[in-house]
Design a protein around this ligand. Structure first.
Ligand code: APR
Ligand code: PHB
Length: 389
């Protein structure tokens, strides 16, 4: 088989890139290790920056997002007996859209299928060849048959556990990592959200987050120990702990119900450099991970896709390579700022096992400053709604 861009990974990064390329007349083949149902069963964050919404628009995939997504003009931050609101629209002129990543992925699959764009599911042993030459190719197995795709470029959109990053030699690749000493226990429940806007709570018992997917579907998280297992937490224990970590009037109002999904995610910050090697480009979780505080994972994948699409489009339109040549530097400049924000917001909101009384006082001072200082609020809000591409 021959295509212009071989895309490894059928998560949101790979599918968004495929759809943008398709709309510009550039062919691609998407290779996905799992089934579509499996990809769509993964529950991820649900806050979209304007940049991602515009890319979905450009990809022709924004109709459902526009009709079913909720515009959020602000968020609440609670600590001690205090709760305050950050008004994103007032501070930055921009709201965020609450719409699940699973739905984004579903919309992208629908568009890919409507366009008749090739996707191979359940592929095995995907291997990248000759990425450092002008004639790269990818080999893989599907249903017991060996296949080969010759292409101009390879987009490594295969997530943190994919093969693309590993294809870059260790003499060139440099990785940066920070692992946090706690996880997030998340519950999805068919209950109305406790509050129309998200609540981020720093409590002495640990962090809690009240989020949502719709008026009838809530998503809640609590900071938990890394040794905890989801089955250690009954629904009753989860609700009780959540109530203890959010302001009392919110706890009183909280509607509980059976969980329809319960999972634990570790928190990690990770960046690999460079994001390009020859004709291989890394996008999204393949190149970087952020802790979920602030919901930057999918949004940062989207900015990578934007830079890569812009470079590829320029190459196919004019033959110029400056867009693809500057891809890694441009993507990484934004990635590191998002890494900083996600790390900062995580540090602000969680209890750390080794935190001293001094550290706790600093955390409270920082929250107080954020509550009372418009410049600090503006810096927070600009990062939350999404830095410009
Ligand atoms: N071959 C083919 N496909 C692969 C391989 C492989 N060797 N390894 C992984 N994949 C697939 C995975 O099954 C997954 O569907 O690549 C896809 C990667 O998708 P994600 O992990 O969702 O990563 P990405 O598309 O970059 O999405 C960005 O934002 O909120 C965050 O982590 C969250 O998924 C999210 C991400
Ligand atoms: C979510 O709804 O899953 C979510 C929202 C905001 C975050 C993280 C996760 O900061």
């Amino acid at each position: 088989m021959r295509t212009q861009v071989a895309i490894i990974g059928g998560g949101p990064s790979g599918l968004l890139l495929a759809q943008l390329l398709h709309r510009h007349g550039i062919d691609s083949v998407v290779l996905e290790r799992k089934t579509k149902d499996y990809v769509l069963s993964r529950i991820r964050a649900g806050v979209l920056e304007q940049g991602l919404v515009q890319l979905m628009e450009q990809a022709g995939c924004a109709d459902r997002l526009r009709s079913k997504g909720h515009v959020h003009d602000g968020t609440l931050i609670a600590y001690g007996d205090t709760m305050f609101r950050l008004d994103f629209t007032d501070l930055t002129g921009t709201p965020v859209i609450v719409y699940g990543q699973t739905e984004v992925t579903r919309d992208l699959y629908a568009a890919r299928e409507a366009a008749g764009g090739p996707i191979e599911f359940e592929v095995e042993d995907v291997t990248i060849h000759d990425a450092d030459t002008d004639r790269p190719h990818v080999t893989y197995n599907v249903g017991g048959a060996a296949r080969r795709i010759d292409c101009d470029f390879i987009a490594g959109c295969d997530g943190f556990h994919g093969v693309s990053r590993q294809a870059i030699p260790l003499t060139i690749r440099r990785e940066y990592e920070k692992v946090y000493p706690f996880g997030w226990l998340g519950v999805l429940s068919e209950t109305p959200p406790v509050n129309p806007e998200l609540i981020y709570a720093n409590s002495p018992r640990g962090f809690a987050l009240c989020s949502m997917r719709s008026d009838t579907l809530s998503r809640y998280y609590i900071q938990c120990s890394l040794s905890d297992k989801p089955e250690d937490w009954t629904d009753a224990a989860f609700w009780q702990e959540l109530k203890r970590r959010i302001p009392p009037d919110q706890a009183e109002r909280l509607v509980t119900g059976p969980s329809i999904e319960k999972s634990i995610a570790p928190l990690r910050s990770f960046v690999t450099e460079p994001m390009r090697w020859g004709r291989l480009f890394l996008c999204g979780d393949a190149a970087h991970i952020v802790p979920p505080t602030g919901a930057k994972g999918l949004n940062t994948a989207a900015s990578d896709v934007h830079y890569l699409f812009t470079g590829l489009r320029q190459f196919y339109d004019t033959g110029a390579t400056d867009g693809i040549d500057s891809y890694s530097a441009k993507a990484l400049a934004r990635v590191w700022k998002v890494e900083r924000f996600s790390w900062w917001f995580s540090s602000l909101m969680h209890r750390y096992p080794d935190q001293s009384d001094f550290d706790l006082r600093i955390q409270i001072a920082e929250l107080e400053f954020l509550r009372t200082n418009r410049a600090a609020q503006q810096a927070m809000a600009e990062n939350y709604v999404g830095l410009p591409y």
